[in-house]
Write a protein that binds this ligand. Structure first.
Ligand SMILES: Nc1nc2c(ncn2[C@@H]2O[C@H](COP(=O)(O)OP(=O)(O)OP(=O)(O)O)[C@@H](O)[C@H]2O)c(=O)[nH]1
Ligand SMILES: [Mg+2]
Length: 657
C-alpha cells in the first residue's frame, strides 16, 4: 500500500484545520464535521487550542484515498509556532498551501512557500474562503504569480464569489496559461504549442500536469471553501492525481526521522516517526545518535486516529513508545543518505526570563521547562547558574502566553516573565589565533590546543576544521575540542552567540596514557578529555579577542498597507521605531510601504497601527537578515565564568576538580 504524507500549511486563520475536517468527512472517516469555533475538530485537540480557536501544535490524522493512505499533518499558521512547521517539513511527500481569498498572500505565505520550494516539495495551492464577503479571485491569482510562485496555474474558476453559494468550476479544457507553464519543461509540448497546427491531446496534457506537479515544477491552484465544501471534491482528486504516493522499500534496514515528541498521560515519552525505509517492529532495539532504545508499543495512523500496531513500515507515520532518550530530529536506524536540512526558517529572535510566582518552585519550573523544550527545541532553555534564573527563546508574545498557560494547566506552576529582549548575534571581524602548550606555564592542563578563528560566509553557522592530522591525537580528544568550541561560542565577547565563523584546530598535543608493564595509570602524567575541555575555552576566547567581534540585531522586512490620508502621519512614527522605508507605491486610495524594521520594534508597531490608521492599516512582516548595531552594542549577561577572565575561569575550573 502506498502512503502520502501531506502537510497542510498556511498563514494564520486561512482555514487549515477547517479544511482538514472537511477532507476527513469527505473520506468517510468522521460522520460530523467539527468546527474550530465550537472547539470540536479532530486536529485542534488541545484544551488551549479549542479555547483560543488557533492551532498550536502540529497534529496527524489519516484517511484512505483509493490505494493510498494519506497521513495529513495539520500545522499551526501563527508565526510564533513556525518551529512546529519546521520539523514537519523534513517528512513530507507533498503539501497543500492554503491561502485565504479574503486576506490573500501574506508574509507568512511567502516564508512557507520559499521553504517548500527549496525542499522541492510538490505543492497544491488551495484558495479558501471563496464564500466570504470580500473574497477575491483575480487579485489573489495575480499576487500568487507575482509574489509566490511564477509556475502556479489555476485549474478552474469561481462563480458567485463572496456569497454562500460560491462554487468552484474546473476548466473544461486546458487554457493557454497551463500549456505555456507546462511547455517550459517539455520541449515537445512547446513545439506543438508554438506550431499551433497540431491539436494538443487533453490526455497528454493531464499526464504532463501530473508529472510536473509531482516533481514540484508546477503548482496547480484550486479554489473552494472549507465551510461550504465547495471545491473540496476537486481538491481530493488533485491530491490523488497530482501528488506523489510513495511505496517505500519495507525490507532492508529501517530508517526514519522523528519529527514530534510528546508525553503521554503517565509522563511517558512518545516519538512520532516518519519511516523512509525498512520496518520497525515491537520489541526491536532501535539505534539513534550513539544510543539505542527498545520499542515497547507502536501505533500507526489509520482512518483518522492512531491505532495499536505491531510494526510501522516505510512510507508510514508511527507513534513509538520506549525510546527514553529520543529527541526531535533524531534519525532512527540507518541515517538517511540525503541528510535532512536542519533549518528552514529563521531562529527565534526574542528571549525572556521565566520567573516562578513562588520562589520555592524554581526546581519544579526547570523540570517543566525542560519537558517543554523536549517538545520544542527552539525554546532553547538557558540556565543562568550565576543568577539562578532560567530564560527561554521565543518567536513572539502569543507563544509566551501559551507557555504561561501550559505551565499553569499542565504543571500547576504560576509564572511571570521579565521584559522581552531581542537576541543578537556576534560575528568575527577579522582573524585571530592563540595556542597553549602542554607543560608550559601558565597552562595548568595536560593538553596542547591551538585555534584560529576566521569570519565565514553569512548563514554558514560555525564551521570546525582541522589543520592537524586526524591521527595526530586520539579522536576523543579532538571531539572534546570540537564540542567545547561549539559550547563556548554560545557566548561571545559581548555574551551573544557567535556565528558565521570558522574555527580551525592548528596545534594539538597530549601525553599518552602510561602503559608500561608495571606503571599504573597516573592522572598527573596522562592527558584526559577533561584537559582539552578545560583548556579549549581559554584558547578560543583569546583567539576570538584578537579577531574581534561585531554585534548584529535581527531585522524584519515589512509591507504596510495604509489609507492615503494617514501616510504623512505614519512615516515619522516608522522613523522613530527605527524602520527604514524603502519603496512607497500608491495603490488607488491606499499606499503600500515596504522596508525594514528592527525585530525588537515590530510588536510596538503592530500595537500602534490600529489607532494611527483607524484600524485600516495592514502590516505584514517576517525576519529578513541581521544588521550591525551602530553605536554602543548591547551586551548579554554571561551565564558562565568568563574564559577571557583567565584567573577567575581557572579558579572556577580548579574548584570543580
Ligand atoms: N466563511 C468561511 N470561513 C472559514 C473558511 N475556512 C475557515 N473559516 C473560518 O476561519 C477561521 C479560522 O479557521 P481555521 O480552520 O481555524 O484556520 P487555521 O488555518 O487552521 O488557523 P490556525 O491553525 O490557527 O493558523 C474559523 O473561524 C473558521 O470557521 C471558509 O472557507 N469560509
Ligand atoms: Mg488550525
Amino acid at each position: 500500500m502506498k502512503s502520502l504524507n501531506l502537510g497542510i500549511l498556511a498563514h494564520v486563520d486561512a482555514g487549515k484545520t477547517s479544511l482538514t475536517e472537511r477532507l476527513l468527512h469527505a473520506a468517510g472517516v468522521i460522520d460530523e464535521i467539527g468546527s474550530v469555533d465550537a472547539g470540536s475538530t479532530q486536529t485542534d485537540s488541545l484544551e488551549l487550542e479549542r479555547r483560543r480557536g488557533i492551532t498550536i501544535k502540529s497534529a496527524v490524522v489519516s484517511f484512505p484515498l483509493a490505494d493510498v493512505t494519506v497521513n495529513l499533518i495539520d500545522t499551526p499558521g501563527h508565526p510564533d509556532f513556525i518551529a512546529e512547521v519546521e520539523r514537519v517539513l523534513n517528512v513530507l511527500d507533498g503539501a497543500v498551501l492554503v491561502i485565504s481569498a479574503v486576506e490573500g498572500v501574506q508574509a507568512q505565505t511567502r516564508v512557507l512557500m520559499r521553504a517548500l520550494h527549496r525542499l522541492r516539495i510538490p505543492t497544491l495551492i488551495f484558495v479558501n474562503k471563496i464564500d466570504r464577503r470580500g473574497a477575491q479571485d483575480e487579485r489573489v491569482l495575480r499576487s500568487i504569480r507575482d509574489r509566490l510562485a511564477p509556475a502556479a496555474v489555476a485549474l478552474g474558476s469561481v462563480t458567485g464569489l463572496g456569497a454562500r453559494d460560491a462554487r468552484y468550476l474546473p476548466f473544461a479544457a486546458a487554457g493557454d496559461d497551463l500549456v505555456s507553464v507546462l511547455a517550459e519543461h517539455d520541449d515537445a509540448l512547446l513545439a506543438a504549442y508554438v506550431d499551433g497546427t497540431q491539436a494538443l491531446c487533453p490526455g497528454r496534457l493531464k499526464d504532463e500536469l501530473a508529472a510536473q506537479s509531482r516533481r514540484a515544477l508546477v503548482h496547480p491552484i484550486l479554489f473552494g471553501s472549507a465551510i461550504t465544501g465547495a471545491g473540496v471534491a476537486e481538491l481530493i482528486d488533485g491530491i490523488r492525481e497530482l501528488l506523489p504516493g510513495v511505496a517505500g522499500d519495507t525490507g532492508g534496514p529501517p530508517s526514519g526521522t522523528v519529527f514530534k515528541v510528546e508525553r503521554g498521560p503517565a509522563g511517558e515519552k512518545i516519538a512520532y516517526v516518519r519511516m523512509f525505509a525498512g520496518t520497525i517492529r515491537l520489541r526491536d532495539r532501535v539505534p539513534f545518535r550513539d544510543v539505542a532504545g527498545k520499542v515497547t508499543a507502536i501505533r500507526v495512523f489509520d482512518r483518522g486516529t492512531a491505532v495499536p500496531a505491531s510494526s510501522v513500515e516505510a512510507g508510514r507515520i508511527g507513534k513509538l513508545w520506549g525510546l527514553g532518550d529520543v529527541r526531535i530530529g533524531d534519525e532512527l536506524g540507518l541515517p538517511r543518505t540525503e541528510p535532512a536540512e536542519r533549518r528552514h526558517f529563521a531562529p527565534p529572535t526574542l528571549e525572556t526570563v521565566v520567573v516562578p510566582a513562588r520562589p520555592a518552585d524554581k526546581g519544579a519550573l526547570h523540570v517543566a521547562l525542560s519537558q517543554l523544550a523536549e517538545q520544542d527545541p527552539l525554546i532553547d532553555l538557558r540556565q543562568d547558574d550565576i543568577r539562578q534564573e532560567t530564560s527561554v527563546s521565543l518567536y513572539g508574545e502569543v507563544q509566551k502566553e501559551v507557555i504561561q498557560a501550559t505551565l499553569a494547566e499542565e504543571f500547576g506552576l504560576d509564572v511571570t516573565f521579565r521584559e522581552t529582549s531581542t537576541i543578537h548575534v556576534e560575528r568575527p571581524v577579522g582573524t585571530g589565533a592563540a595556542a597553549e602548550f602542554i607543560a608550559k606555564p601558565p597552562n595548568p592542563f595536560l593538553a596542547t590546543v591551538g585555534l584560529r578563528v576566521e569570519p565565514a560566509p553569512i548563514g554558514s553557522g560555525v564551521d570546525f576544521r582541522l589543520e592537524v592530522e586526524l591521527g595526530s591525537m586520539p579522536y576523543t580528544f579532538i571531539r572534546a575540542v570540537e564540542e567545547t568550541v561549539r559550547e563556548t561560542l554560545l557566548q561571545g565577547l559581548r555574551g551573544w552567540q557567535v556565528t558565521d565563523c570558522a574555527v580551525i584546530l592548528t596545534h594539538t598535543g597530549y601525553w599518552p596514557r602510561q602503559s608500561h608493564a608495571h606503571a599504573v595509570f597516573d592522572k598527573s602524567m596522562s592527558s584526559t578529555a577533561g584537559d582539552f575541555r578545560n583548556l579549549t575555552p581559554l584558547v578560543l576566547m583569546e583567539a576570538l579577542r584578537q579577531a574581534g567581534t561585531r554585534v548584529y540585531e535581527p531585522m524584519h522586512h515589512f509591507r504596510l498597507d495604509l489609507p492615503e490620508d494617514v501616510f504623512g502621519t505614519v512615516l515619522p512614527v516608522l522613523a522613530r521605531l527605527g524602520a527604514v522605508p524603502g519603496t512607497s507605491t500608491p495603490q488607488g486610495a491606499s499606499y503600500l510601504v515596504e522596508g525594514v524594521v528592527p525585530a525588537a520594534r515590530v510588536h510596538e508597531l503592530e500595537q500602534r497601527l490600529p489607532s494611527l490608521t483607524r484600524g485600516e492599516g495592514v502590516l505584514e512582516s517576517a525576519f529578513d537578515h541581521y544588521q550591525e548595531v551602530r553605536g554602543q552594542a548591547p551586551a548579554r549577561p554571561r551565564t558562565d565564568h568568563d574564559p577571557l577572565n583567565r584567573k577567575e575561569y581557572l579558579l572556577h575550573v580548579l574548584r570543580q576538580v
